[in-house]
Ligand binder design. Structure first.
Ligand code: ZN
Length: 195
């Protein structure tokens, strides 16, 4: 396979890029070899070496603990639990939350064989201890798996002394946080319900 073919093949594996758009992207890169292709390659190499999951919250950063966990201006007593880093980014874009996060890395799914041990649940239980933490907000997607996971975490936190809440309605069923507009997300956070 030629270098160009393998470039196209690799690009076609990116989300949203089929073979056709991968060919266009490859051509675009080759035509902008110095202004785009080389800086992109260097940035990707550096990112691949340096970006890692925060050992506290699971967020992606080049430092561990991540910038959000290290930030003294954030309310460390508040943990917002999300499925994926994309959800964390969505909530950060809304600027409605000034606590910390916990990224589970997925949801429980009997169908796909995902159990509690496959997610960052033990790490969450270890963090969610009063008085260091007073509230856990479950910002999980309104899918069956998201809600199953929310129930599981609520059960596990029962009796811990930490308040558990979930996002208010307004999050569409089956909808993903990442697709919500910032206003909807802010409202869902502000009107969160205790569990
Ligand atoms: Zn972190």
């Amino acid at each position: 396979m030629s270098d160009l073919d393998s470039l196209i093949l690799l690009l076609s594996k990116l989300p949203g890029l089929g073979p056709r758009s991968a060919r266009r992207a490859a051509l675009h890169l080759v035509k902008r070899r110095e202004t785009l292709m080389q800086p992109l390659a260097e940035t990707m190499l550096r990112a691949a070496e340096r970006i890692r999951a925060c050992s506290t919250c699971g967020n992606l950063d080049t430092e561990d603990p991540c910038a959000l966990c290290r930030d003294p201006r954030r309310d460390q007593q508040l943990i917002c639990v999300v499925e994926d880093v994309a959800d964390l980014w969505a909530i950060e874009r809304s600027a409605a939350f000034r606590g910390t996060y916990h990224v589970l890395g997925g949801t429980l799914s009997a169908l796909e064989g995902v159990g509690p041990e496959d997610l960052r649940i033990e790490g969450l239980l270890a963090r969610a201890v009063p008085p260091k933490v007073r509230e856990v907000i479950l910002a999980l997607n309104a899918t069956v798996e998201g809600q199953t996971t929310a129930h599981y975490i609520t059960d596990r936190l029962a009796g811990s002394g930490v308040a558990v809440s979930r996002l208010a309605h307004g999050v569409p069923v089956g909808g993903e946080l990442d697709y919500l507009d910032e206003g909807t997300l802010s409202a869902a956070l502000a009107q969160r319900r205790p569990l």
